[in-house]
Design a protein around this ligand. Structure first.
Ligand code: SF4
Ligand code: SF4
Length: 184
């Protein structure tokens, strides 16, 4: 099911936040699950632009230097467009929402990144809050426990700029399982 977007594309095209990163090894660089990376490569993405993550299944893109910063290799800085837009990963499709651990790392949560100017301005509106309900349901339906356990790099570290909107109960169980596996 295609995810409806909350941020108008016109707004994104005139914003300079997404797809740009402060350093080459930024943990914010998009993560592709194994299936997503395979799908993107099968649709023309260069496999050399992906590097494996610590979970052994997912892949993070290799950021490219661009001026004083770094950009996603699939980002076209001239048009501000994503070259693999139809095949971009969930990690990109849900932004300005983000999957991360809560502050004490006991739970997986979904939050809204307030660095996104649109999210910061619109957060309190009824339409944004309705979208929150929609995206929580979407993420729960798309990410099975198995996908999370196998592609755990999808879950980023806690960030203070990300306002938590939902604890993902189902995924929380996946985290417990992952922690048990990690101790074995
Ligand atoms: S930060 Fe928000 S407004 Fe800017 S490009 Fe990203 S999603 Fe769009
Ligand atoms: S895959 Fe596309 S949307 Fe995601 S960071 Fe790269 S250019 Fe941006």
């Amino acid at each position: 099911m295609e995810l409806q977007q909350i941020v108008p594309s016109k707004t994104c095209l005139s914003c300079d936040v997404c797809c740009r990163f402060p350093d080459r090894d930024s943990f914010l660089a998009p993560v592709f699950t194994d299936n997503e990376a395979r799908h993107a490569i099968n649709n023309g993405a260069d496999r050399n632009l992906f590097q494996p993550t610590a979970d052994g299944r997912s892949a993070r893109v290799k950021l490219q230097p661009y001026g004083e910063t770094y950009i996603c290799p699939f980002f076209d800085p001239n048009s501000s467009e994503c070259r693999i837009y139809p095949n971009r990963p969930l990690d990109c499709r849900i932004y300005p929402f983000a999957l991360m651990y809560n502050a004490d790392e006991t739970e997986i949560v979904l939050g809204v990144d307030t660095i996104c100017p649109f999210a910061e301005a619109e957060f309190e509106t009824e339409s944004f809050q309705q979208y929150v309900n929609y995206i929580v349901a979407y993420v729960k339906s798309e990410l099975t426990d198995k996908v999370i356990i196998e592609n755990s790099a999808l879950i980023g570290p806690y960030q203070e700029t990300v306002k938590i909107v939902a604890a993902l109960g189902k995924l929380g169980r996946a985290l417990e399982q992952r922690n048990v596996q990690g101790k074995m």
